[in-house]
Design a protein around this ligand. Sequence first.
Ligand code: ADP
Ligand code: ZN
Length: 530
Amino acid sequence: WSSTDFPWSKKVKEVLNLVFKLNEFRPLQHETINAAMSNEDVILIMPTGGGKSLCYQLPALLKCGVALVVSPLVSLMEDQLMALKALDVPAAMLTATSTKEEVKSIQDAMLNKNGKLKLLYVTPEKLAKSKSFMTKVQKMYGLGRLSLIAIDEVHCCSQWGHDFRPDYKFLGILKGMFPDVPILGLTATSTSRITVDVQKMLCIQGCLVLRASFNRPNLYYEVRTKASSQEECLQAVEDLLKTRYCSQSGIIYTTSIKDCEQLMHGLRNRKLRVGCYHANLEAPLRSKVHAKWLSGEYQAVVATIAFGLGIDKPDVRFVIHYSLSKSMENFYQESGRAGRDNKRAECILMYRLSDVFRISSMVFTQQTGLQNLYRIVEYCLDASRCRRAIIASHFDEAWDSQDCNAMCDHCCKPKERKEMVVTSFCQALYKLISNAAAVDTKLTAQKLLDAWYGKGAANLRDISIPVPKFSRETGEVILAHLLVTGYLQEDFHFTPYSTISYLKRGPKAAAAMSDKHNIIMHISGKSVPL
Ligand code: ADP
Ligand code: ZN
């Protein structure tokens, strides 16, 4: 499918350069475009930021008529429309809130032989619930003006996905209604089970499935434990920027706007050229920061996740996460802004247990918020495995241990992989939690660790529990492991000013208390002194 001998090949290249102002394709874009031009149904699995939109936008421009793009979120559609407008590509969207006039003018454009409209974004609800709209689409099809159907976030069709949306079920009728119009399903998350389910749902069994690799061979991954004092953390970043990344360009991600500003001021006080970027800054100021970074006036931008869309600087040499990301997907996408030029770049994640609870109290109300967060915590904890192997397994991709080429902290300095039985520690923590409950007290992770290490309030300590012989840092690692594997569980309480996370026994508590059960943790030989 990557051939350049198709009748449309010359045109494809021209549109890529002249309309989209891009020099070359990213992996699988060309293949997908050729398949869509050949009227093949395709499911494209590509990491977020990999460039999926181009795969339907470009064929939509070359084909006669209008492409229907089904997208679940109005905010995503708005972003797309803005980007297309900047490129002078005629596109529109129809949502539940479109006015009568908008609907009318779009419908005219759909049916008019000389209409210029090339892409029409709709929500799945619109297709499922508006009969009159579907009638118009059928008319358009009858006139030979329905060029292709793109379905974004196509995993939402599947019950097995993390994101099932009932309205996506309706999309199953499209193939029967428009048999010769190619369907292009796009997603960043799809196991083979989900893919098969999606094919069935859309009635495109056996269609072409293109799966881009999540592996970025030129990115070096490293995890560091953060020091406990603010000052030391700052020092660590300063050292990186002044020595390892001296005169190189990068991004530093923080969790909150407050952290973002603080870190920027801290680094500026240390004579570093950095700017900050977050949603509370006015648009012109944000553009200015972006421009100064592009020109090299700023070595780095300290940013929240608001810094993302449209960041295409090719020579980003480092991305530092000053705190955990919310999920592996977020981490992958944010760190993936490094090394777009395919030269070596580094992705460093700085992490500390207390970060987990700050973020958990922000995300726990989201449907899969906590599970997503715990997966990235596992990535941090497991220093006994190749970081890329963990990323690959998260994205359900096959992995060979030779593939890393020493491009992660683990493979760079391989350490012995050891097993550690932590059952008795888990039981000790349960006892401390019950003791506290008996005096009507709940324990945060820090208070629980204090009690375990014989510190803090006397009535929360327990002399029958031995004080650990290992460092508090190791104690934190064990606690985090018990949390992400379900032996401990967070219990959130609201106060007028914040949400507090307390710890309680997790769903696996019964197993942990039985004599026959061993809780085993993998650690790397040197990193954890026991
Ligand atoms: P996805 O939908 O896969 O998350 P997008 O389609 O939003 O990704 O593209 C992510 C970014 O990559 C956009 O800023 C886009 O302009 C850019 N991009 C896409 N294709 C290319 C390419 N061939 N060369 C350079 N940049 C590209
Ligand atoms: Zn590795």
